[in-house]
Design a protein around this ligand. Structure first.
Ligand SMILES: [Zn+2]
Length: 67
């Protein structure tokens, strides 16, 4: 029995992949509205701490369903 059922299941969650302009580290986080490829966003690089990263891709994480 699941208490939370509001029809929000089975919505694929896209992931935004960001690349640090300083060190080239690639990071990913859940997609948020307004993201698009090659956009430069003010997000901190987890590795070098620079505050500018560029979106290099937006993908939907798919579950592999191989028959
Ligand atoms: Zn960096």
């Amino acid at each position: 029995m699941l208490p939370r059922r509001r029809g929000v299941e089975e919505i694929p969650q896209p992931l935004t992949h960001l690349k640090c302009l300083e060190c080239g580290t690639v990071n990913s986080r859940p997609f948020t509205g307004g993201d698009y490829v090659f956009k430069e966003v003010e997000e901190r690089c987890p590795k070098c701490g620079a505050s500018k990263m560029k979106i290099i891709g937006i993908y939907v994480e798919e579950e592999r369903k191989t028959p």
